[in-house]
Design a protein around this ligand. Sequence first.
Ligand SMILES: Nc1ncnc2c1ncn2[C@@H]1O[C@H](COP(=O)(O)OP(=O)(O)OP(=O)(O)O)[C@@H](O)[C@H]1O
Length: 256
Amino acid sequence: MTDANDQSRQVILRTKGVGKMFGKFVALNNISAEFPKGAITSIIGPNGAGKSTYFNLLSGAFAPTNGTVEFEGRDVTGLPQHRFAHMGVAKSFQITNVFPQLTTRENIRIGLQALVSRYDMWRPRARLRELTEQADELLARVGLWESRGRTAKTLAHGEQRALEIGMALASRPRLLLLDEPTAGMSPEETRTMMDLIVKLASERTVILVEHKMKLVLGISDRILVLHHGELLAEGTPSEVRKNEAVKRVYLGQREH
Ligand SMILES: Nc1ncnc2c1ncn2[C@@H]1O[C@H](COP(=O)(O)OP(=O)(O)OP(=O)(O)O)[C@@H](O)[C@H]1O
């Protein structure tokens, strides 16, 4: 975790009064929040709270109906998704998004190849060697180097999610957005994924969506709590844990 004073000095992402309507339904209402650079910020809340909708606004998948999104001090509201990727924002989804027939290494290489310029077509062999080295480095970082020759479909669910994160890292993002990275995982896979997130956060900012509060309390620098599309609470894990409104929302839920 980073020092609290450092965090307050630099903000990588900010939303000002963002809202999202689906027809007449208000999925998200007037959310203003700041995401400190170099920190892990988790967005939590019960089912239907608006977490995924907020995630989609932060990653540029949706434009907000109202309000603005700023990345590194620049207004990026409504910019197309690929512009977010170019600026240094990468994301991974709840649903695993790997190429099942390809090997683990080939999957990562595809992520890297997306960054290849036309010039590289003239020196394919050198480029392939370079890509393979970079892919192996990324595979090691997400704990999959030993599985580099396996086809992705034979990997366990947790390993597929790690692979997807490896693919997201190929663009060397400054901000990594993760939507429920432990969804559907066993307790052991969940622990491995949490360790990986902490490791990755030492090199870049991480924003995480999660509906199980307990899971993120130990690893987050800051927590935002959404409920019925509103920002119910925000603060450090201990502040949020003590918050009466948060306790009420989570009370009686089996898994938190
Ligand atoms: N495309 C859409 N069209 C209409 N309503 C939507 C759409 N997407 C989300 N909603 C509604 O907006 C509200 C917030 O949904 P959202 O998926 O953001 O919640 P969530 O906190 O991520 O929930 P979960 O933990 O179940 O994934 C829900 O009531 C949902 O039904």
